[in-house]
Write a protein that binds this ligand. Structure first.
Ligand code: SF4
Length: 157
């Protein structure tokens, strides 16, 4: 156990994320709108011990009613359009939308035009863009952390 903890400590040190970015918090609701699941794989890694996004106050929540950010992966298939819009409507204001991966951003390789309602910015206002196929956990973490307004930091006016 001790060896494992030492190893995790070293891995975290080697990851380029800075040790502190100030105390902030953000609740994220993820919706898979037809991805190939590679984007989800990388997103899951951001919560693993190497990146451990929760230490920055970021959390993936189960309900859009608790979320500040709607994080969308995939090109938005016609079958997922209704569920995605329902999740957005359930979110409290202020709410933001993040497009994770090239599919959500509109240049993905999945699906034919007839099967797609996306790209995401055709349906919702996209505030955070995270390009890549898939983006790395560090790119995901950096983009989300950069999007947290300074006003959410305790101690700011
Ligand atoms: S952007 Fe790439 S990795 Fe992500 S869902 Fe699309 S094809 Fe898969």
């Amino acid at each position: 156990m001790f060896v494992l903890l030492r190893h995790l400590q070293r891995v975290r040190r080697e990851a380029a994320l800075p040790p502190r970015r100030g105390a902030r918090s953000l609740a994220i609701r993820h919706v898979d709108a037809g991805s190939c699941n590679a984007c989800e794989h990388e997103l899951t890694a951001t919560a693993a011990p190497q990146y451990d996004l929760q230490r920055f106050g970021l959390d993936i929540v189960a309900s859009p009613r608790h979320a500040d950010v709607l994080l969308v992966t995939g090109p938005v298939t016609t079958r997922m359009e209704g569920a995605l819009l329902a999740a957005y409507e359930a979110m409290p204001e202020p709410r933001r939308v993040a497009a994770l991966g090239d599919c959500a951003l509109g240049c993905g390789v999945l699906g034919a035009a007839a099967e797609l309602a996306g790209p995401l910015d055709r349906l919702l206002p996209v505030d955070i863009r995270i390009p890549g196929c898939p983006p790395t956990p560090q790119e995901i973490a950096d983009a989300i952390l950069d999007a947290i307004p300074a006003s959410q930091s305790p101690g700011s006016p």
